[in-house]
Design a binder for this molecule. Structure first.
Ligand code: URA
Length: 222
């Protein structure tokens, strides 16, 4: 039987999963296929809901909803703040200069976007890249919580102050949150915090600390 990930890849390639059933008469095989299909339905429905969201006024200024990218069965979920201008234009998180640095940081621990899932606290761009407003966070984060609930990652990496503060429910300085094994809100999901790549572009001396954080992520996952 195909693994959940193989089923997902086939679906992404536009190949209907039911074509892959090799023992259509075996009840357990059908039950498994149906369970996988219905689990993918949950993800697709969530995505469709977010893509047409009008819960806050950012829907009036966005070009694209930036739902997330990567593997929704990944062990690691990276959560950033909100889409910027490039992300809004292309509909994908972390595609500007900060995104290039994030990719390089991931490469340093042998990871690529396809191995993990990347998303943001907000799915739509706040104009002029201002901080997310509390009302926007309140309306948008149920999508993030449902994404995390579906993916059930082994680890969340919060990049930057906004993501760390929301996911931990604290307002402690980011420097004090780094290096600790924390928990996502009131759940059992482990969470680490590191600097936002946009901050690292402005403060390259802290890249060494971010690398330490990434080594901690790598050690935790392996
Ligand atoms: N900064 C973020 O926090 N997220 C993005 O997707 C891009 C820049």
């Amino acid at each position: 039987m195909l693994t959940k990930q193989q089923q997902y890849i086939l679906q992404e390639m536009g190949i209907p999963v039911w074509q892959e059933r090799i023992k259509p008469n075996i009840a357990t095989s059908e039950a498994n296929t149906e369970a996988i299909a219905s689990s993918m339905d949950v993800w697709e429905k969530l995505k469709q809901e977010a893509m047409s969201c009008t819960k806050c006024h950012l829907c009036g200024t966005r070009t694209n909803v930036v739902f997330g990218v990567g593997n929704p069965h990944a062990e690691l979920v990276i959560v950033g703040e909100a889409p910027g201008a490039n992300e809004d234009r292309l509909g994908e998180p972390f595609v500007g200069r900060a995104g290039q640095l994030l990719d390089a940081m991931l490469e340093a621990i042998d990871l690529q976007r396809k191995d993990i899932y990347i998303c943001n606290i907000l799915k739509c761009r706040p104009p002029n890249n201002r901080d997310p407003a509390p009302e926007e966070v309140a309306q948008c984060t149920p999508y993030l919580e449902r994404q995390i609930g579906y993916i059930k990652p082994k680890l969340i990496l919060a990049v930057g102050r906004i993501a760390a503060h929301y996911l931990l429910g604290v307002d402690t300085a980011l420097g004090k949150l780094r290096g600790q094994r924390l928990k996502f809100a009131n759940t059992e999901t482990d969470l680490f915090v590191t600097y936002h790549p946009a901050y690292l572009l402005r403060n390259p001396r802290d890249k060494a600390k971010a690398y330490q954080d990434l080594l901690q992520v790598k050690a935790f996952l392996s």
